[in-house]
Design a protein around this ligand. Structure first.
Ligand code: B1M
Length: 218
């Protein structure tokens, strides 16, 4: 029988080969991609976070664990097929400037893609100016930002200010998330919505874009 713990442990060990192999085994056994993600890959990374906090793991090991997790994610991605192609609203997403954490953001991207949105993923370390020009160039309906550091959270506010200055703020919904981000913070910086996890993020954006009355400025 497949043990989620084996997959989590492979992430903790940063063993890419095992992560790939266990992810494939789990999917072939008929376990849902969602469960493989949550109970195997992400729970492994949660443990990595705890070990880092108590200084039993260090930056190089964190990077190796993240690489291993991303290898598993690549295998799972094709399982999240689009629900429908009718929903072609565009979302610009990225991790804010100064921040290189990409796993949470990539999960939100993946879920949005699976809901049929056209996702323009700008990656990590995205400046306010780059968010604005991507939103403009793609005529996007939403800007989604991720921040994982208390020191980079305020870049979300700077990005919202830049959207206001460019005249785009009334045309795009802004959704924020990431470990240090709270609803209170989102309200304070003038975001439209906050989501605590990748599933809620995709659902929230879907609701927001399907109910334009809820979008600020419309
Ligand atoms: Co960093 N790191 N890290 N790190 N790292 C954290 C975030 C930290 C909490 C660890 C700790 O101290 N316990 C801490 C932040 C402390 C703080 O600011 N309060 C921290 C630190 C301090 C740092 C450095 C400063 C360390 C250093 O250099 N001294 C440095 C900063 C580099 C930089 O960005 N400039 C750094 C570097 C790194 C690595 C590069 C080594 C690596 C990232 C590799 C990568 O992403 N490719 C890394 C990692 C792996 C972590 C931890 C261990 C794991 C993060 C992760 O991927 N989790 C993390 C500890 C932790 O979170 N427990 C930590 C799994 C992922 C699924 O969760 O990203 O939280 P997460 O996403 C969640 C939600 O947040 C949410 O959905 C996901 C779940 O469904 N979400 C959204 C995320 N984005 C969203 C957007 C939304 C909605 C929801 O809407 C748009």
């Amino acid at each position: 029988m497949f043990k989620f713990n084996d997959l989590s442990q492979a992430v903790i060990n940063g063993d890419t080969e095992q992560v790939v192999s266990f992810t494939r085994i789990a999917l072939n056994t008929g376990i849902s991609p969602q469960e493989v993600l949550d109970k195997g890959l992400i729970s492994g990374m949660d443990e990595v976070g705890k070990l880092f906090q108590i200084q039993e793991m260090f930056i190089p090991e964190l990077m190796i664990a993240a690489e291993a997790l991303n290898a598993g994610l690549e295998i799972i991605k094709p399982c999240f097929t689009e629900e429908s192609r009718s929903n072609r609203k565009k979302i610009v997403i990225g991790t804010v400037q100064g921040d290189v954490h990409d796993i949470g953001k990539s999960l939100v991207s993946l879920m949005l893609g699976s809901k049929g949105f056209q996702v323009i993923d700008l990656g990590i370390d995205v400046s306010p100016a780059d968010f604005v020009s991507a939103a403009k160039a793609n005529d996007s309906h939403c800007v989604a930002m991720s921040a994982m550091l208390t020191t980079t959270m305020m870049v979300m506010k700077k990005t919202i200010d830049a959207l206001v200055e460019s005249g785009l703020r009334d045309k795009v919904a802004v959704v924020v998330g990431g470990a240090p981000v709270t609803r209170e913070f989102a309200d304070r910086i003038g975001a439209d919505e906050y989501a605590p996890d990748y599933l809620t993020a995709a659902e929230t954006i879907q609701k927001l874009l399907n109910n334009p009355d809820d979008v600020k400025g419309e």
